[in-house]
Design a protein around this ligand. Structure first.
Ligand SMILES: [Zn+2]
Length: 463
């Protein structure tokens, strides 16, 4: 596709920021931070924006590691770009094509060290392009913490941070290159606390919190497969004792459910809560529950999707070097032995099918048209796995987010130049949600995550 003058100019402007974006990929990878504790990552991005003329509000929406940064002439559309920058617990690894990590420290196993700088850089380039090309519009980069627990954007949306935006753009690493307008899963999670009596391992207790929690999980697993086999259920024990000679007084389980349909998701969450409560009663132990997040799946928008698809066509798919491919091939062989190396190297438009993940911008996409670009890593490199952390620290991981960054910059400028596209995207959103009542976002743990996130993570908090 032949590039327009605006596209050519925007691409040249974006090139100015490329080197800093790439440095930030590496800096943020080297300092992975847990959700809601992304102090250094947030500071890096805020500084990048300020140095390039953005006015930055730190702690946007009352969330300490969030920010909202704006640049523009105050006229025309308000185009939002989302940045994410949190890491995942226990996924540390060196940037080598094999397992070399402790499994006890955080790591960028979802590549948010790319999303933050790539999307922020896109916003900076787009704002510079609007100024230099004399176009109306405001670019607003929203720094969104705690995506990995599906929480940050719910908290920001609830606080009204996104309300002023006309349209929103974002990107994420995946197994495909292209623009997306298809749904992903909704996801809800909560922490459940069972309390009983401590006891000697040989003498037992009538109020066994651990036995109650295990029975509750088994009971819900059985009910779930009857009630709604499409409902996915995962749990982890956060507190479950220290030594088998001392039965724990307290057991905490963090559970999540996922479903494509939001109503069935909420029904599934409620069923889980009720089941746990019933079993706690039968087992004669104390029980409390605390919702952490409940996110809708993504609502696609073809109007924005096509704007981003056109931008991607101008840029072309990621250009990996032979060394990049060699690294990813070796990594794939080590993380998924016996599989054949499989990397999407083209560009596609994804408007059918489903993505099997949840995103905390799901609720926002039902209120404001939201467009998404994905970039591909090999299908053999599992996401939320040490191998994704390894890849995210290696230069083989950069062509994808660079493509996404440039596409978001081009997309933002195209939307400012043709505001009728934004009107069209809003009309499409209205059509897609017609007759539906969309409840405001639901989430919990705000008090602890905004005041003492370390206590949230070491499970010493109480609601
Ligand atoms: Zn992610």
């Amino acid at each position: 596709m032949a590039a327009s003058n605006t596209e050519t100019a925007t691409r040249a402007i974006w090139q100015r920021y490329r080197a800093r974006i790439e440095e930030l990929f590496a800096e943020m990878w080297a300092e992975p931070e847990m959700p809601a504790m992304e102090y250094a990552s947030m500071a890096r991005l805020a500084e990048f924006l300020e140095r390039n003329g953005f006015a930055v509000e730190r702690g946007a929406g009352g969330v300490p590691t969030a920010f909202k940064a704006r640049s523009g002439n105050g006229k025309g559309p308000r185009i939002g770009i989302l940045a994410e920058y949190d890491a995942l617990p226990s996924l540390d690894n060196e940037a080598v094509p094999y397992r070399k990590g402790s499994g006890r420290k955080p790591g960028h196993g979802c590549g948010h060290n790319h999303i933050g700088p790539a999307n922020t850089g896109a916003g900076i380039a787009a704002a510079a392009a609007l100024a230099e090309l004399g176009l109306d519009g405001e670019i607003i980069v929203v720094g969104c913490p705690a995506e990995e627990i599906g929480w940050g954007k719910l908290a920001l949306q609830d606080a009204g941070v996104f309300d002023e935006l006309d349209v929103i753009l974002t990107s994420h690493g995946d197994y495909q290159n292209g623009s997306l307008a298809r749904p992903c899963h909704g996801v809800a999670s909560g922490e459940f606390r069972f309390t009983g009596d401590s006891a000697h391992g040989g003498m037992g207790t009538t109020r066994n919190a651990l036995a109650a929690a295990e029975a509750a999980i088994a009971a819900f697993e059985a009910k779930r497969s009857e009630a709604d086999p499409d409902l996915q259920f995962k749990h982890i024990f956060r507190v479950a004792g220290v030594a088998p000679g001392v039965m724990p007084e307290e057991v905490r389980v963090w559970c999540s459910v996922r479903h494509l349909d939001f109503d069935r998701l909420t029904a599934g969450y409620d069923l889980m809560h009720e089941t746990f409560e019933e079993i706690a009663e039968v087992e004669n132990v104390g029980f409390s529950a605390h919702l952490i997040n409940m996110c809708r799946g993504y609502l696609g928008n073809d109007t924005i999707g096509h704007v981003l698809a056109e931008a991607l066509e101008v840029i072309g798919p990621p250009a990996w070097s032979e060394d990049d491919i060699a690294f990813m091939t070796e990594l794939s062989a080590n993380s998924a032995p016996g599989t054949e190396f499989d990397l999407h190297r083209e560009l596609d438009y994804f408007d059918t099918g489903v993505d099997y993940y949840g995103q905390d911008d799901g609720d926002v996409s039902w209120a404001i048209p939201l467009g998404r670009v994905n970039w591909a890593y090999p299908k053999n490199v599992p996401i939320h796995h040490w191998a994704w952390t390894a890849l995210s620290g290696h230069s083989a991981s950069t062509p994808g987010p660079m493509m996404a960054s440039e596409a978001l910059a081009l997309g933002a400028v195209a939307l400012a130049q043709q505001p009728e596209l934004i009107d069209g995207a809003k009309a499409e959103l209205a059509r897609r949600t017609e007759g539906q009542t969309i409840a405001p976002p639901r989430y919990g743990a705000r008090a602890i995550l905004t005041t003492d996130p370390a206590a949230f993570w070491d499970a010493s908090w109480t609601a």
